[in-house]
Design a protein around this ligand. Sequence first.
Ligand code: PMP
Length: 417
Amino acid sequence: MSAPDPLLRAAPRLDVERVREDFPILRQQVHGKPLVYLDNGASAQKPQQVIEAVTRCYREYYSNIHRGIHMLSQTATAAFEEARGKVARFLNAPSEKEIIFTRGCTEAINLVAYSYVRPRLRAGDEILISAMEHHSNIVPWQILCEETGAKLVVVPISDAGEISLEDVESRITERTRIVGIMQVSNALGTINPVREIVRIAHARSVAVLVDGAQAVPRMAVDVQDIGADFYAFSSHKLYGPTGVGVLYGRLDLLKTMPPWQGGGDMIRSVSFERTEFAEPPARFEAGTPNIAGVIGLGAAVDYVTALDLRAIEAHEADLLRYATELVSEIPGVRIIGTAAEKAGVLSFVMEDAHPHDIGTILDADGVAIRSGHHCAQPVMQRFGIPATARASFGLYNTRVEVEQLAASIRKVRDLFA
Ligand code: PMP
């Protein structure tokens, strides 16, 4: 047996039973059974602290931001900008000016595509991604390639669901304009070596966008340590409200980028002859943002920070290990995604049972998992399957829930055997 990871050993313990009390939605029954929520990769539930922060905003000080000189507007502006500071510290970004609020991770990636890459892209240029990307880190690049005659280059994945650094290195050329890579795969659970990928790309003067949608809820992220030029994530997977996302971008790059949407709040001055754009981040935040949502994201950041991301990571690692052990013992089950470095995502298929049947039978037991292609159809094609069933863990899941998952999967097997 290998020695335990010293970082994990040092991690504080998560008091899961205490934590569960913060999530009112978990107290309910589904089909007469206690809810076992294992669809956190799609979206996570919200703690009372987040719900209250959003409610307090609407009850006590809601107003539009950045414009009014009246009391409510100033309070709302202060709370909104305070959330920006929280996110900057959460990612260890050097400056709050590097934090742009968007509608989600998808919009953050599109912002980079349209504002950073598109003005630099010529016919024959290349965009490098991996074969495990979410559609949101594939389709925006394909649209740009169609428009410009640029080429999408894809790093392959192994049978275990890993990419190799050699494959990344060999595919970066003189024509590569950006590398887009996910830190944690939503379909396979693979943790990619993003720090090393950034080092390889930077040695060739190529910028890197990291899709951190599945990473920020599961591990401490330090954008300076990773060295990423851009880092994107969604609030709703981090126990925060929906409709909010974040793009971190290096300030020197953001300053070179044109706006990608025009409107209020992103200008310095407007006349019909000429408009001067505001400095980042305002330049990229046209229109009224999701004010209460951003404030709720600030509360979510406070929440996971207080619990300690190292404790959350260790807890999910334990759940993943236990689930892998129990589920792989079930005859006919094949786990898809067996990377050495994996986060709390367990995708699997079963002989004779379609993933949708698995999802339906588990739902009858109150166990919520996801069945489908997980917005990663190329991953399904790579493994020659139409879909997988996927359990994805969150900070409030327990070992008992993992046992319920395994017991329900056994039922599926008994039904289909
Ligand atoms: N990237 C990854 C890895 C994801 O899992 C998701 C959401 N499933 C996204 C990007 C897109 O996030 P959103 O839909 O919140 O914009």
